[in-house]
Design a protein around this ligand. Structure first.
Ligand code: SF4
Length: 359
């Protein structure tokens, strides 16, 4: 799920486990998942089935998967995936970390189990190291979201970003992790930039896997950045972990504020991130963003609920909204065309508004 693999890899390696990463998501991954998963399953389940098959082909014998509960289908994922892979004849162990909302102690206990019963203190220090890798990756992600639309050397900026992630992945101490992130951010700042322009600002809302994993959202953040748009996401993984596993103790939490913003449009938890999608839509409209893009896997229940509400938010707050659904039939060209059309419309709206203000 996005760059989070860097942190999880560090955690599992720290437990003295040999880590076999599935290759990056490709058409083959999606084809494998779509072939063996139920047709109506949401895309993350299919994608992960493809990921697991590719990792098993590389020799993995254990799969670590997150569990869950609530109104949407996520709680069934691991069981369905296990069944599909067993039916295909694969032999493996599946360790399900669940439920993630029961507290940090439980999570450490599960990590200790994976690591053959290592001491609590050691497990805690591994979590801290992995957490620092996550923080560093996100610092860099936020930096590229800011600099890419302003940069006059966009390909170079993306290269610096990718090299920075690689360096964070290789780093072996907390200091080195942050040094790599800071150094890459400095390199981004040193590139030629148009700091005098105000790029379009778009809030990217939606389901967590689709927001975080570029392989399933057709690199939407990069595409928007290359089109000169600054993107702010409704989900950053450290916020999610802080809110759901660490009781909001490690960093300032915006969760309560966002839930409040969702009222009166959505007053209940509808599973996944449906309520947050609406809350962030209101929040970004209040901050003066130029537009919103909601993304999610086709048939994602919480995001369908949010989608039915977003036109009202759009009308009340005067902010354009577009929804993009992703499944195995999506195509890069189709996504690019829709993004270009939406941005074109936002740019025209922004310049006609500026002309009105000047007049
Ligand atoms: S949040 Fe959406 S995509 Fe994720 S499991 Fe639930 S229904 Fe599927």
């Amino acid at each position: 799920m996005g760059n989070s693999y860097i942190a999880f890899k560090a955690l599992l390696k720290g437990l003295d486990l040999e880590v076999i990463l599935p290759p990056p998501i490709t058409q083959r991954t999606l084809a494998l998942g779509s072939k063996y998963a139920p047709e109506c399953a949401c895309l993350p389940l299919k994608t992960n089935v493809g990921n697991f098959i590719e990792a098993l082909e590389l020799g993995a014998d254990t799969i670590v998967m997150a569990g869950g509960w609530g109104p949407c289908r996520f709680g069934y994922y691991a069981q369905i995936q296990r069944g599909i892979l067993e039916d295909l004849g694969y032999s493996f162990n599946m360790v399900v970390f669940e439920p993630p909302d029961t507290g940090f102690d439980d999570l450490i206990e599960q990590a200790r189990f994976l690591g053959g019963g290592i001491r609590f203190k050691e497990a805690l220090s591994l979590f801290k190291f992995a957490w620092n890798k996550l923080i560093a990756c996100e610092k860099l992600e936020k930096a590229i979201e800011f600099y890419l639309p302003r940069s006059e050397e966009k390909e170079q900026a993306l290269a610096v970003y990718r090299q920075g992630l690689q360096a964070i992945d290789m780093a072996e101490s907390r200091e080195e992790v942050h040094f790599c992130a800071d150094q890459s951010i400095q390199r981004l700042k040193n590139l030629s930039c148009r700091n005098d322009i105000q790029p379009l600002k778009i809030g990217l809302l939606g389901e967590i896997f689709t927001i975080l994993e570029p392989g399933t959202n057709y690199y939407i953040c990069e595409t928007l950045g290359l089109l000169g748009v600054e993107v702010k996401r409704s989900i950053y993984l450290t916020d999610w972990i802080n809110d759901h596993l660490l009781a909001g103790l490690v960093k300032k939490s915006r969760r309560k504020k966002i839930i409040k913003r969702a009222r009166p449009y959505i007053n209940y938890w509808v599973g996944g991130h449906g309520r947050e999608t609406v809350g962030y839509a209101v929040e970004y409209a209040r901050r003066g963003y130029d537009g919103l893009i909601q993304i999610g896997p086709l048939t994602c229940m919480p995001e369908i609920v949010a989608q039915t509400v977003l036109p009202r938010v759009s009308e009340d707050k005067g902010i354009p909204v577009m929804t993009l659904w992703f499944d195995e039939q999506s195509s890069a060209a189709g996504i690019q065309t829709r993004l270009e059309a939406f941005i074109d419309m936002l740019q025209r709206q922004k310049s006609s508004y500026s002309r009105e203000v000047e007049a």
